[in-house]
Unconditional design. Sequence first.
Length: 387
Amino acid sequence: MAKEVNVGLIGTGFMNVAHSFGFRNCWPVWGGECKPVMKCIVSRKEETAQKAALEQGWEEYSTEWREMVKRDDIDLVDICTPNFCHVENVQETAKAGKDILCEKPMANDLAGARAMLEAVEKAGVKAMCGFTYRQVPAIRLAREMISSGELGEIRHFRAAYLQDFIMEPDFPLIWRLEKEYAGSGALGDIGAHITDIARFLIGDIESVSGTLETFIKERPKEQPQGGTKLKDTAGGSEYGKVTVDDAAIWCGRFADGPIGTFEATRFAGGRKNHNGFEINGAKGSIAWNFEDMNYLDYWKEGEGARQGFRKVLATNEETPGFENWWPDGHIIGYGECFVNQMKEMMDAIAEDRDPEPGFEDGVKCQQVLEAVTKSHEEKCWIDVQDV
Ligand SMILES: NC(=O)c1ccc[n+]([C@@H]2O[C@H](COP(=O)([O-])OP(=O)(O)OC[C@H]3O[C@@H](n4cnc5c(N)ncnc54)[C@H](O)[C@@H]3O)[C@@H](O)[C@H]2O)c1
């Protein structure tokens, strides 16, 4: 009989839908000693909370997150709020002694992320940071290939996370476009993901040199229309300043020797969620892109006239993260990454260990983002450990 873990989720936007999908499907797919129970969802507005509970399958709803995290029947709090809320959400939850899953980036800045880590360490609770792409089976396979030495010594990491959803100048000034709420723009929103993928696959980033750009300086202030999708928002007639980057580009040196390039932009016309990387080692190369997430492109040395990139379909029962999914070759998608994420959280609770990635990973990622910002401001290379 599995132990029930009662979950409370804060936020009713995009990530509520993805995380609810994860919790609903986690136990049916993976089983395990711990089984999530979708106990209570929280939104500031009662109507929104009620609608989300009904649509996503939460037993109860509330408008008071501070009360929810203190409830005796809540074991795990899932934080799906905008970045600026994370520090307070985490501090209160840790104080109440509950385990935590918090979305990325950890916070608006490094000081906030460090305060969150301190809060969970002091409280002795488990805490996971929502770097969902670590859960993609093809990425987990890539990690195995790198750590087993199959690719030889790694020389290059080359990543670009490309979207285009804010290209229209009249796209409204949503929270993601204001520093006060988001901390940074493309850098923290999607650059955080490629930074974490780089750390997951290659290791710590030692120094960076980067630049940021904001192409559209003012936008119509947001008039929310309800709903969880970007199309559910519209701009009014009043304008406000965009205070974050639209695009970020940086290069970095990894502690173990490889060098890397990183690009994060929401102005790459035609690219929707093109989160990709290529890694070149002495004996082989691999490449991956989320829009074709089940495949890993793989080139290996020594194949003479037969050489070339082959497409490895990373959906076998031997593929890490795919073991309990469908029969071989029956591919998976975005939602399944969240199912795998919730499995990791449940396993960590069952095994009484820290989930992976933890808040320390979240802080290290934030340190890189802060170093990139500093590099842009000071127009020079920055040692990550100095920020
Ligand atoms: N892991 C991933 O791949 C991934 C993907 C998207 C977003 N995220 C992260 O998830 C978090 C939420 O993003 P989202 O896409 O769901 O955003 P969203 O805009 O769709 O939803 C945000 C939610 O927070 C609520 N909210 C807004 N302001 C608030 C406030 N002041 N106090 C309390 N609640 C408030 C909104 O009503 C909404 O319910 C962010 O930290 C984001 O970076 C992660």
